[in-house]
Ligand binder design. Structure first.
Ligand code: F6R
Length: 608
């Protein structure tokens, strides 16, 4: 979603801002903009579409500034347009602002400002911010105090950076429920909504906390907290970026590159954590709470989208292996629920980005309950990683394609490790799963070696408008994830169902135009899934089956079969996921869509 970058220092701000904006492109956006202060006056640039377009218009003007802010906008209030693109400014462009989040009371503020003579040009909620600062400035407050006064009027969520010709030596920044991080350099400072934008420039960062207001000069950062009304000592932390900025290499898209990273992803998730020959699982991130974990009687998993479906796999794994009851809830619904919580409940948040607003809101909701808050996060140092008491990183590296692939695989792998860890070795499957985990990367590679066949199947079905995904037990969440993946990147209507639900409704949809993707690997439920396949065939529905190598019977039942290597039922979701991801990818390519940037979607959903 929207991204913010800022720079103050001795380098050319335009290059820094463009670099930063480009590294935030993966989050999804529809317009971009930048502003600079140069010799006491401001320069503002905006463009719809790619940051390349912004770069193009900026290159036509000479910019010689060491102070700038930039923004990628993902439209929430008002369509993607030049006038709605950030930065926004007051009338004479002396106060310039970029903003992530949503100002919930913007209409009230707008009417009030209009009554004072302010004329709004855009449809955005953001435009109230520079006008409010302007208003307070005209009441004889300094730029800094006008900024603080304006913040006090805002309700909602924000990460804001403001610059001004009235004080050309500072960037002002503030955050509430939307991430913002300051990068510390030598005689220079950086600002970003996502620390990955700072990769390559500095590893020293200051994470702003809710209601922090930062005054950033070349050499100094001063922070005040509006909530506590006191000065905060900036805490510099070292950030370990997972990787250098991801490159496409020989791949056509990030999505296929990331699917091809599956074997390495599984490896990285288990590396140093699984000692199969010694029968040991070591999860360093949970060590500090290992005593507390012994008393946990219930786990509530909160997550959104694909992370939610990974949570559903986790539910089955933790209940079956560790014997702890688990409930998975959509983070966006969790906050409305009035459910009783005992101290023996732990909340487990799952998030690739670590910045999903709903998941953050879920964690905030329980912050006063005194319960253990755990996380499974991919983005190092992200808000959720920092908000939780303990957790396990996915170590999948940056995921650039909007549709989650390798992060989902990493999440499921990590959930398997957590289930085994919580089992304390008390399940008879402990050793077999540990052993099998070691061979999983190689088995994942076997699937990738069949990419051409999966591509052919996708091309064969590209004309269909609807798809059904079915699975039982561990394959059920994969069916849900398969349908989501297909919808996201190929815009084909798809629904995921527990196969056992077919007769309770979905079977009515089946005819020769409505194919089914059946997850039918070797398992205790396989015979029952065969029955569902038969029911679908009897209604002329076509079947694409994912089955275990060696299963000949399935060839008689399905129109097309994609084989995966044999593995324990508990680990099948990892292998099946690679198939559904490849199928969705090739479907989107066959239909000619922008696979990495599906329409209307953003990588990191930072508003509720
Ligand atoms: C689907 C997808 C989304 C995310 C969801 C949660 O491919 O990427 O459904 O899974 O927005 O995001 P995170 O995991 O970053 O909290």
């Amino acid at each position: 979603m929207c991204g913010i970058v800022g720079y103050i220092g001795h380098r050319k701000a335009d290059k820094l801002i463009l670099d930063g904006l480009k590294s935030l492109e993966y989050r999804g956006y529809d317009s971009s903009g930048a502003a600079f202060i140069e010799s006491g006056s401001s320069k503002i640039f905006k463009q719809i579409g790619k940051v390349d377009g912004l770069e193009n218009i900026m290159s036509k003007q000479k910019i010689n500034s060491g102070l700038g802010i930039g923004h990628t906008r993902w439209a929430t209030h008002g369509s993607p347009s030049m006038v709605n693109a950030h930065p926004h400014s007051n009338e004479d462009q002396s106060i310039i602002v970029v903003h992530n989040g949503i100002i919930e009371n913007h209409l009230e503020l707008k009417y009030e400002l209009e009554s004072k003579g302010y004329i709004f040009k855009s449809e955005t909620d953001t435009e109230v911010i520079p006008f409010l600062i302007d208003y307070y400035f005209n009441q004889d407050l300094s730029f800094e105090n006008s900024f603080k006064a304006a913040l006090k009027d805002l309700k909602g969520a924000y990460a804001i950076a403001a610059i001004s010709t009235l004080n050309p030596e500072i960037i002002l920044a503030a955050k509430l429920s939307s991430p913002l991080v300051i990068g510390v350099g030598k005689n220079e400072h950086f600002l970003a909504s996502d620390p990955s934008a700072l990769s390559g420039y500095t590893k020293k960062v200051i994470y702003l906390q809710d209601l922090d207001v930062a005054k950033i000069t070349k050499t100094k950062v001063t922070i005040n907290n509006l909530g506590h009304n006191h000065r905060v000592k900036p805490k510099i932390e070292l950030i370990d970026y997972d990787n250098e900025k991801a490159q496409l290499g020989s791949f056509d898209h990030f999505m296929i590159k990331e699917i091809f990273e599956s074997p390495a992803t599984i490896n990285n998730a288990i590396l140093g954590r699984v000692l199969a020959n010694k029968g040991i699982i070591k999860l360093g991130g949970l060590e500090s709470v290992s005593e507390q974990l012994k008393y946990i009687e219930r786990i509530v998993i909160v997550a959104c989208g694909s992370s939610f479906y990974a949570g559903l796999v986790g539910e089955y794994l933790i209940e079956e292996l560790a014997g702890i009851p688990v409930e998975v809830q959509l983070a966006s619904e969790f906050k409305y629920r009035e459910e009783p919580f005992s101290r023996s409940t732990a909340l487990l948040a799952i998030s690739q980005s670590g910045e999903t607003a709903d998941t953050i809101a879920a964690l905030k909701k329980v912050s006063d309950y005194g319960i253990l808050r755990l996380g499974i996060v991919n983005s190092i140092g992200s808000t959720i990683a920092r908000m939780t008491d303990a957790g396990v990183y996915c170590h999948a590296g940056p995921e650039q394609a909007v549709a989650s692939t390798k992060a989902f695989i990493a999440q499921v792998t990590v959930l398997t490790l957590i289930a085994l860890y919580l089992s304390n070795g008390q399940t008879k499957l402990y050793r077999p799963i540990l052993k099998e985990l070691d061979s999983l990367p190689e088995k994942a590679q076997t699937i990738l070696n069949q990419t051409d066949e999966i591509k052919k199947v996708a091309e064969k079905y590209k004309g269909y408008k609807d798809f059904l995904y079915i699975g039982r037990h561990f394959s059920y969440p994969v069916a849900l994830e398969g349908a989501l993946k297909l919808k996201e990147v190929s815009y084909i209507h798809a629904e995921g169902y527990a196969a056992g639900e077919m007769k309770h409704g979905p079977l009515a949809m089946i005819d020769k135009e409505f194919p089914t993707f059946a997850l039918a690997s070797n398992s205790l439920t396989l015979e029952k899934t065969y029955s569902n396949i038969e029911e679908i065939r009897a209604r002329q529905g076509k079947i694409i089956a994912v089955s275990t190598i060696g299963n000949k019977k399935i060839l008689k039942l399905a129109n097309d079969v994609i084989y995966i290597p044999d593995t324990l039922e508990q680990l099948q979701p990892v292998l099946q996921s690679i198939v559904i991801q490849l199928f969705s990818y090739y479907m989107a390519v066959a239909k000619g869509f922008n696979v990495d940037r599906p329409r209307n979607l953003a990588k990191s959903v930072t508003v509720e």
